[in-house]
Write a protein that binds this ligand. Structure first.
Ligand code: FAD
Length: 330
């Protein structure tokens, strides 16, 4: 959001608490498919290419590498799922994302492959921790980023001033902590906790992500992320033994390879009941905006949605109706 506004010549001040529990923890995958429903991701034809170009341009700006292409192999869970893929791979809108398979029973060493597997094209992933560190460094150098908690006592709503400085607009992008901000509670951003195991194995493919009930993402040097859990309304940010057990079960559903666990991380996805982001201006307080609800797909959605948000704020171009905050009030 800050980058998009800065590109349009808008002066930006970012206030961040300095502790991130989603963007910096995420596995950072951009997958055109939603496997649970065997559907394409929302607005994928617009979102995915824009996001790719956005991150590649940012690599130049930040002088850092965090973008990698990703080959995703989905192991089917049933004959029915394999049937869906077989049908969809011939449909025009799916053809760019699903590899045509004549032989779904391709042997994959050490994988549990009883219903076959398919390959997703055009996916990529962002090394989220590195991306966030480099972003912070850049925004600090640009004198845009300040660290601190938003304190309502320092905020005068009538004049849009915070800590003595007056602003034209204030955008709340607080992720799952939206409920601690008094203005946009109608959106009811829910806490969807996610945990990831960090593992090492010399037996797994380092060239493709394996997915079935969860994923094993190769991150280099025989290291992998094994994820992720979806735990609803668990507000604490503690790692748990139950999540580790669940993720190890996922691993065993996918492969017989041996591995060692080296760590476990936890984060919170800011999720909305209708699975669409939330953007827009407050109906009563002009100049107050929200940009939130990126859910499980922030890395794919944020680049184009932040452009649309910047266009809405600076040129009055209407937001996509499915994301509008106005859907929460009459
Ligand atoms: C385990 C896990 C795996 C994931 N994997 C993927 C994936 O593979 N692909 C994908 O696209 N997405 C993934 N996600 C989801 C993705 O992380 C989110 O969609 C996205 O990062 C949300 O971004 P955000 O900026 O809205 O929220 P956040 O990243 O949470 O950022 C909100 C920021 O606001 C600050 N803040 C909040 N309240 C205040 C306050 N009062 N004062 C000052 N600062 C405040 C916080 O410090 C934080 O930095 C994953 C998430 C998790 C937890």
């Amino acid at each position: 959001m800050a980058i998009q506004l800065m590109k349009r010549g808008v002066g930006v001040t970012l206030l961040d608490r300095g502790k991130n529990h989603s963007s910096a923890v995420a596995s950072g995958m951009v997958n055109p498919m939603v496997f649970r429903r065997m559907n394409l991701s929302w607005r994928v034809d617009e979102m995915l290419p824009y996001a790719r170009d956005f991150y590649l341009e940012l690599e130049d700006t930040l002088k850092a590498k965090f973008y990698d292409t990703l080959r995703i192999r989905r192991f089917f869970s049933s004959e029915q799922e394999r049937g869906y893929w077989e049908k969809k791979q011939h449909e025009v809108e799916y053809q760019k994302y699903l590899t045509l398979h004549d032989d779904f029973d391709e042997k994959v060493p050490l994988a549990k492959n009883e219903f076959g597997s398919g390959i997703v094209k055009k996916a990529f992933w962002i090394r989220s921790k590195r991306f966030m560190e480099k972003m912070h460094l850049f925004l600090k150098e640009q004198k845009v980023l300040q660290y601190g908690q938003f304190e309502p006592a320092k905020f005068i709503l009538e004049e849009l001033s915070y800590d003595g400085s007056i602003y034209d607009s204030i955008v709340f992008c607080c992720g799952s902590d939206n409920d601690k901000i008094p203005y946009f509670n109608q959106a009811n951003i829910q806490h969807n906790r996610g945990q990831i195991l960090h593992i090492e194995s010399s037996e797994l493919s380092q060239h493709e992500l394996w997915n079935r009930k969860g994923f094993i993402l190769p991150v280099g040097e025989e290291k992998f992320m094994l994820g992720a859990t979806y735990e609803w309304n668990e507000p604490s940010l503690n790692i748990t033994a139950q999540a580790r057990e669940k993720l190890e079960e996922v691993f065993q559903t996918i492969t017989e390879a041996s591995y060692e666990v080296h760590g476990q991380t936890v984060g919170m996805r800011p999720t909305v009941a209708d699975r669409r982001p939330v953007m827009g201006e407050h109906p009563e307080h002009r100049g107050l905006f929200i940009f939130n609800g990126l859910g499980t797909k922030g890395y794919m959605l944020a680049p184009l949605l932040s452009l649309e948000m910047a266009q809405y704020m600076t040129e009055g171009i209407a937001l996509h109706k499915e994301v509008a905050f106005s859907r929460f009030y009459k």
